[in-house]
Design a protein around this ligand. Sequence first.
Ligand SMILES: NC(=O)c1ccc[n+]([C@@H]2O[C@H](COP(=O)([O-])OP(=O)(O)OC[C@H]3O[C@@H](n4cnc5c(N)ncnc54)[C@H](OP(=O)(O)O)[C@@H]3O)[C@@H](O)[C@H]2O)c1
Length: 171
Amino acid sequence: MINIITCVDLDFGIARDGEIPWHLPNDLRYFREKTEGSFVIMGSTTYESFGKPLPNRTNIVLSRKNNFDDEGVLTYSSIEPILILAKWVNVWIIGGEDIYSLFLPYAKKIYLTNILETFDCDKFFPVGNYLNEEFRIKSVTIGVIDDKNKHEHIFFEFERIVDGGCGHVSI
Ligand SMILES: NC(=O)c1ccc[n+]([C@@H]2O[C@H](COP(=O)([O-])OP(=O)(O)OC[C@H]3O[C@@H](n4cnc5c(N)ncnc54)[C@H](OP(=O)(O)O)[C@@H]3O)[C@@H](O)[C@H]2O)c1
């Protein structure tokens, strides 16, 4: 099954100048808990922003021009192998913008953390009409604010209700 996980600001921004412009440990923990032990799929820019593979996960990087041969990393130049893999196991699409766009039509679930501020981002989660028309909200959890988590945030879980038009809704 294909799951998307993302953290966005009020404009659905995900990054600015090649970095995530907020610090929210609650969301980092949520991300780790959801994805640990699974396959995480990312674009080469996102992988390079981490600088190393995410631990305790199989890291799959999409790239047309690079071959990342770090331990624990697989590189693919197209989405087809990932669509096949997703028929058998849970995969997590973790960004960035290009990669979210590629997989949105196939995604069964979207885990979206919404930070209730704007950060003047230059990369965005490609919302389109997908969220309204093809998904419904399954759960909403208000994030807890504390000394280390100063941004108001809400965890949304969406599930697909309408076929994405790619003939792959069952994955
Ligand atoms: N807020 C969040 O939840 C979140 C999540 C993830 C990432 N981010 C941020 O987003 C930024 C990166 O996002 P981005 O949109 O610039 O880049 P990206 O989606 O991570 O990676 C783009 C790269 O993916 C490869 N790619 C794209 N389409 C492909 C295809 N059809 N087949 C094979 N490879 C393909 C290309 O790599 P090559 O050029 O190597 O061919 C392309 O340059 C970073 O700043 C990161 O911190 C934020």
